[in-house]
Design a protein around this ligand. Structure first.
Ligand code: ATP
Length: 270
């Protein structure tokens, strides 16, 4: 396990990770910041991440050996790690509660709907359950990366505007989630994949698994590019994690995450 800094409440685990690196020195890396609640949780492009009690909120601070242009791929590495950790969590739950209740069977069925909405969201039953935000900062010794993860574990409700978009694992599966156990699995799986990523410097090793989980695969997506919105069929990802979108004229566009969002034809996913 890597070193942990644990808080009851903090503004943002990503923000605190950068502050810790500044104050205590970047060679503290890798370390983890964990909190029960964020008062100013962030999404991409300055969007807000709801982080009330009953969720799992943490960030990992790293000093990757790969060049800075490759660091954005870590978002996809983390997305796969969280998905695999959830699958492991539910599989183990199922073994222990098989005889006790019939809730396990239904939670396993729901797990079949778990997927990644490119590039950084995990979706269950068509709704968002995990958000991931990767941020970078350069300094005189190179750069540091913070990967922030918010998992909707046990929330009962969400604000009105998120009713159609967000859900929690407990709401969908009917079983309470032990955040500490889930975090242990995520940390273990992520650090393993991160070691491979640092060696290889690309996502070839993860591409197949990522594409199996990619809910947009072979579906029509709307690419919300600030330079102009367009539609196409999502084919998968390339070796650096760009989404491959085949447009009507059979041209394949490579979508780089940056400021671009992808939606289903009618809504957030479909
Ligand atoms: P994309 O990632 O495709 O650009 P996004 O709108 O989902 O789109 P993110 O930055 O990933 O953007 O996440 C922030 C958004 O997620 C918010 O604007 C809000 O719509 C939604 N959101 C905020 N808090 C939560 C939460 N706890 N669970 C699920 N969704 C949330």
């Amino acid at each position: 396990m890597i070193q942990r800094f644990v808080y009851e409440t903090i503004d943002s685990t990503n923000g605190e990770a950068f502050r810790l690196a500044d104050n205590k020195g970047a060679n503290l890396a890798p370390f983890l910041v964990l909190t029960q609640k964020q008062t100013a949780g962030r999404g991409r492009a300055g969007r807000k991440w709801e982080s009330e009690d009953d969720g799992l909120y943490f960030s990992i601070y790293l000093r990757p050996s790969v060049t800075i242009d490759k660091a954005a791929m870590l978002t996809l590495v983390m997305a796969v790690a969280v998905a695999k950790a959830l699958q492991r969590y539910i599989a183990i739950q199922e073994q222990t509660c098989k005889q006790a209740t019939d809730g396990c069977e239904s939670s396993l069925q729901i797990l079949q709907t778990l997927g990644i909405k490119w590039p950084n969201d995990l979706v269950l039953n068509g709704k968002k359950i995990v958000g991931i935000l990767t941020e970078l900062r350069t300094d005189d010794r190179g750069y540091g990366v913070v990967i922030g993860v918010g998992v909707n574990t046990n929330q009962k409700t969400f604000p009105e505007e998120l009713q159609d978009k967000a859900t929690s694992l407990k709401r969908e599966m009917g079983i309470p989630i032990l955040g500490e156990v889930l975090l242990k699995y995520i940390e273990e799986i992520f650090l393993q994949e991160y070691t491979t990523f640092e060696k290889e410097g690309n996502l070839v090793f993860l591409k197949e698994t990522y594409e199996t989980l990619l809910i947009n695969k072979d579906k029509v997506v709307r690419v919300l590019d600030p330079k102009g919105e367009y539609q196409g069929v999502a084919k998968g990802i390339d070796e650096v994690g760009q989404l491959l979108v085949e447009t009507q004229d059979k041209e394949v566009q490579k979508v780089y995450a940056g400021e671009v969002s992808v939606r289903g034809l009618y809504g957030y996913v479909d």
